[in-house]
Design a protein around this ligand. Structure first.
Ligand code: KIV
Length: 270
């Protein structure tokens, strides 16, 4: 099948999309084969999320995944992608509280994986790291609201910024990230009204996950929206498939065919 050449999505393309009111579609990928399928659609952004820690490695949180593991996932994705913008999460412990380490982590992601940009969780408290990474010419996406790398501080995955003081801090952080030069911000699991306000006040694209429809784009974890992972069912998740059941069904048919000597048949051997 011939795949039509589509120009590469850049951070400037995303900015233009916001200006003309075209929504940005973003999904996660962690490996070559899935990233290739995504890139053959019109997906705008592929996120190599640290959710790989849960989805790929089976950890309970995103905290254990290492920089080397993220580079492995990201380099696999980058080899498959020619159109979408590839954003890679800096994992926990590689940028917080030490801007020099943050820059060297981001440089490794760019050089060893060939990513287009990096994503960091947090606002004011990580601004020095954001500034230093940006000063090296590396595009940075911010991430505010529910920031899973801080789960042990929050204690739960409930909706964030429902109270006025936290909401105002989030708006302030969004302004700081924009002023620093971030090209976009993810807002995770916050009230839709608050996300709409941020999207209106901030000139860079705002990508929501559980942040309502009045933002500039949406992101979901691919394994969740395809129904491969079934243990996670937040209200914001729309499931487009039940691949868990489909894969189970196919594997059961295969087992039956092997046991009954139906597979391989005459045409499936040499
Ligand atoms: O790691 C991830 O998949 C993410 C998205 C949920 C935004 O950060």
């Amino acid at each position: 099948m011939a795949i039509k050449e589509i120009p590469k999505v850049t951070t400037h393309v995303l900015q233009e999309m916001k200006l003309r009111g075209e929504k940005i579609a973003m999904l996660t990928a962690y490996d070559y084969s899935i990233a290739k399928i995504l890139d053959h659609t019109k997906i705008d952004v592929i996120l190599v999320g640290d959710s790989a820690s849960n989805v790929m490695a089976g950890h309970k949180t995103t905290i254990p995944i290492t920089l080397n593991e993220m580079i492995y996932h990201a380099s696999s994705v980058v080899r498959a992608v020619s159109r979408a913008l590839v954003v890679v999460d800096l994992p926990f412990g590689t940028y917080q509280g030490n801007s020099k380490e943050a820059l060297s982590s981001a440089i490794r992601i760019m050089k060893e994986a060939g990513a287009d940009s990096v994503k960091l969780e947090g606002g004011k408290e990580i601004l020095e790291s954001v500034d230093r990474i940006l000063s090296a010419g590396i595009p940075v996406m911010g991430h505010l609201g529910l920031t899973p790398q801080s789960i042990h501080k929050f204690g739960t995955y409930v909706v964030r910024a429902t109270q006025k003081d936290e909401a105002e801090r989030l708006v302030e952080d969004a302004h700081l990230l924009e002023k620093a030069g971030c090209f976009a911000i993810v807002l995770e699991k916050i009230p839709a009204k608050l996300a709409a306000r941020v999207s209106k006040e901030i000139k860079i694209p705002i990508i929501g996950i559980g942040a309502g429809s009045s933002v500039d784009g949406q992101v979901l974890v691919l394994h969740d929206m395809l129904g491969i992972t079934m243990e996670f069912s937040p209200r914001f998740l729309r499931r487009y498939h039940n691949l868990y059941e489909e894969i189970k069904g196919s594997v059961s048919s295969y087992i039956k065919d092997v046991k009954s000597l139906d597979f391989p048949n005459e045409r499936e051997q040499y």
